[in-house]
Design a protein around this ligand. Structure first.
Ligand SMILES: Cc1cc2nc3c(=O)[nH]c(=O)nc-3n(C[C@H](O)[C@H](O)[C@H](O)COP(=O)(O)OP(=O)(O)OC[C@H]3O[C@@H](n4cnc5c(N)ncnc54)[C@H](O)[C@@H]3O)c2cc1C
Length: 403
């Protein structure tokens, strides 16, 4: 097969890879599309892995499309195939099993992998990570009533699993190295709200300590204490899944850097989703944006760019997390901002707005989706506002976007 006939190859059969494949067909691309993923499953939605899938016995993964629907779209989906190397000059990928695949254009959508904690992996307590449907099904089987579950990492995934484990009757301890949970969000108000929410529902939260090693009775922590546990889940962040592209010239330790079009420095090679390092104007730095909406929308924009279409991608980061009955949504960035709280934080329905130099650069809402709908538009439109207006409970947020 010549390079010109080799079509578009997408590596990574997750949210970004799938949505890019669909977008290519929607944009009337008629050449071949191959979607290569190393999991044995067809592409599926990851957010429900720490939510519905853990809560409901027998719940099935939410597949993005069935095998037949992929065939109808004329996308060749290869599962269980791992890209182990690539030669961008020759335009060829090498699979782990020794086969090769040529491409005319390439989209890298390999996402991230859970950061591991090898120091505790070999010991008497089963250690879990949560990235794939197989991980979730294994974890679910262990969340039995009365089980003592240690969650290492008080970020969104750790706390979602805490909520699921509590609902399944487990006894739960969260071990967090920072002084507060959800520290990545950067809002003291949000961290304190979720800390109290979990504690009120019986979760023990140990902040400012780390898990050092495993002893027969549990995890030995950095302050010398022991957290008794029957199993532990490690949720301490992720690393970019760039192993197939190391040495290719476009991979960095942080991920694969792309411009607004999703293009890398190598002509015809693009990246999108969790693996892509992009400029984030709200945070004012280059970074990976690891959320569902970004994986979907950046991938769609990159697919269109591959065909010379579209304006590129310029969306502000937005994600949600569900814990018990609390729906948290975060847009933009809340680091280095003045926080203004609106609503009833004690009652569990409120919004936190982040002002930097008179501009709303980020916001978080708890059980206030209508506020978030407005705030997403306000952050995207770079709305400038008076602090006094936001502090006035009578001020109607809709005015932010009505001009
Ligand atoms: C448990 C969990 C809960 C989440 N909940 C939320 C949420 O509530 N809200 C939210 O906004 N976001 C959530 N996210 C994040 C969101 O799911 C991710 O941002 C999104 O899945 C990223 O999509 P992606 O396609 O970039 O990467 P992925 O979905 O990780 O897909 C990448 C795929 O590429 C494969 N791959 C990697 N390397 C290779 C290779 N060399 N060869 C072949 N295949 C390879 C991987 O195995 C994987 O299947 C959650 C994530 C997890 C894990």
């Amino acid at each position: 097969m010549s390079g010109a006939d080799a079509g578009i190859v997408i590596v990574g059969g997750g949210q970004a890879g799938s949505r890019a494949a669909e977008a290519l067909r929607l944009a009337e691309f008629r050449g071949s599309i191959t979607l290569i993923g190393d999991e044995m499953h067809l592409p599926y939605e990851r957010p429900q892995l720490s939510k519905e899938l853990l809560l409901k016995e027998g719940a099935e993964p939410a597949y993005i499309r069935s095998r037949e629907q992929w065939q109808e779209l004329d996308v060749d989906v290869m599962t269980g195939v791992r890209v182990a190397g690539c030669d961008l000059e020759k335009r060829v990928l090498g699979f782990e099993d020794g086969r090769e695949r040529r491409f005319a254009k390439l989209l890298i959508a390999t996402g991230t992998r859970a950061r591991r904690l090898p120091a505790i992996e070999r010991g008497p307590i089963p250690i879990f990570y949560l990235r794939s449907v197989d991980d979730a099904v294994r974890l679910r089987a262990s969340l039995r009533e009365g089980a003592r579950v240690a969650l290492i990492g008080g970020g969104a995934i750790g706390l979602e699993v805490a909520a699921a484990a509590v609902e399944r009757g487990c006894s739960v301890t969260v071990i967090e190295a920072a002084s507060q949970v959800l520290a990545q969000i950067g809002s003291r108000v949000i961290s304190e709200y979720f800390l109290k929410l979990h504690r009120d529902l019986g979760v023990t939260i140990l902040a400012g300590v780390t898990a050092q090693r495993v002893a027969p009775e549990g995890l030995v922590l950095s302050d010398g204490s022991v957290c008794r546990a029957d199993l532990a889940l490690v949720g301490i962040g992720v690393e970019p899944a760039t192993d197939g592209f190391i040495g290719s010239g476009i991979s960095t330790p942080h991920g694969i850097r792309v411009d607004r079009r999703g293009a890398t420095e190598c002509e015809g090679v693009y990246a999108a989703g969790d693996v892509a390092v992009q400029w984030n104007r709200c945070a004012d730095r280059w970074m990976r944006v690891e959320n569902w909406a970004n994986a979907q929308n950046q991938a769609i924009a990159a697919a269109r760019s591959m065909l010379g279409q579209g304006e590129g991608y310029d969306s502000v980061p937005w994600f949600w997390s569900d814990q018990y009955k609390a729906n948290l949504q975060v847009v933009g960035s809340l680091s280095n901002v003045t926080e203004i709280v609106r609503g009833d934080s004690a009652g569990g329905r409120f919004s936190v707005l982040g002002l930097r130099d008179g501009e709303i650069v980020g916001a978080a809402t708890v059980n206030a989706p209508k506020d978030m709908a407005i705030l997403r538009r306000a952050v995207a439109a770079r709305v400038r506002v008076n602090r006094g207006d936001l502090e006035n409970a009578e001020f109607d947020l809709k005015r932010l976007i009505s001009k």
